[in-house]
Design a protein around this ligand. Structure first.
Ligand SMILES: [Zn+2]
Ligand SMILES: [Zn+2]
Length: 271
């Protein structure tokens, strides 16, 4: 099975893992943006053949209906994706810049993918390849249209504050980190519902608070109105668990209290 065509073209950014379908610029557009960075050693482009050498995907079975997927050894910014299995079909939340045959076979054994939803451009990675393999749509918020580097007929741009999926799942537009940043609300996972947040919300290392920033690596804060908008859109959701960008950001319970106390702390600082 051929996973990817033209796999020797150097069209994947080694720093962020984004694949470019058209012309490859001198510097990756996503890394040149002030939310990201170009390494001091300079821009490096890498082919899919080079990415795949020695790599595989590790699945963590977090709950009966939830897995996370991570590339090992790590590549790019260590993106993590989640596979959410509900009666109406499986959803991949966020995407990773690699896919291999065992991963395709495993996901197909669970019924394949009904859709891919992505929180923001730092996870666009290899989304077009994943969507082709599973013949499913990719749901992206239109606010981030300019960051699509790998155009695909599978991409479905949506507008507004939320996109309703199936089995009660909804993608919620929060903005903040990116104009089109989103979170995913899944009522059927966890005791009181779960929020999948990418880094639209960033669980702090102390696991007591949540950070909301324009750029995490470059420590660029958000203005008060952005924090208030995130609060307005997340507060009505029923959730107790939260799954973030990294392993230590999985909060099995108490996530709502973390969120509420974090918004209050921001509002204190803005006073
Ligand atoms: Zn990049
Ligand atoms: Zn990000």
């Amino acid at each position: 099975m051929t996973i990817i065509a033209n796999n020797q073209d150097r069209n994947i950014c080694q720093t962020c893992g984004t694949r470019y379908a058209g012309n490859v610029p001198e510097i990756c557009t996503i890394c040149a943006d002030d939310r990201q960075y170009v390494l001091p050693t300079g821009q490096k482009w890498i082919s899919y053949d080079e990415v795949k050498t020695g790599r595989s995907i590790r699945f963590n079975h977090l709950l009966s209906n939830l897995y996370d997927l991570r590339i090992t050894p790590p590549f790019a910014i260590g993106q993590k994706a989640h596979l959410i299995c509900t009666p109406g079909g499986n959803l991949l939340w966020d995407c990773i810049p690699f896919i291999d045959e065992p991963t395709v076979a495993f996901i197909k054994s669970l019924g394949g993918l009904k859709g891919i939803a992505i929180s923001h451009p730092h996870y666009y990675s290899l989304m077009a390849v994943w969507a082709d393999i599973f013949d499913c749509p990719i749901y992206l918020h239109e606010g981030d249209k300019q960051w699509i580097m790998d155009e695909s007929p599978k991409i479905e741009l949506w507008q507004g504050q939320k996109k309703v999926l199936w089995d009660g799942m909804e993608i919620i537009h929060t903005a903040g980190h990116f104009p089109g940043s989103t979170v995913l609300h899944v009522p059927g996972i966890g005791i009181n519902g779960s929020l999948f947040v990418g880094d639209s919300l960033y669980v702090a290392v102390d696991r007591k608070f949540i950070s909301m920033m324009y750029s995490y690596p470059n420590a660029i804060p958000l203005p008060q109105k952005a924090i208030l908008q995130i609060s307005d859109r997340v507060s009505p959701l029923k959730f107790d668990a939260m799954y973030g960008a990294f392993e230590w950001q999985n909060i099995e319970n108490g996530a709502r209290e973390m969120f509420t106390r974090s918004v209050s702390r921001y509002l204190e600082i803005f006073k």
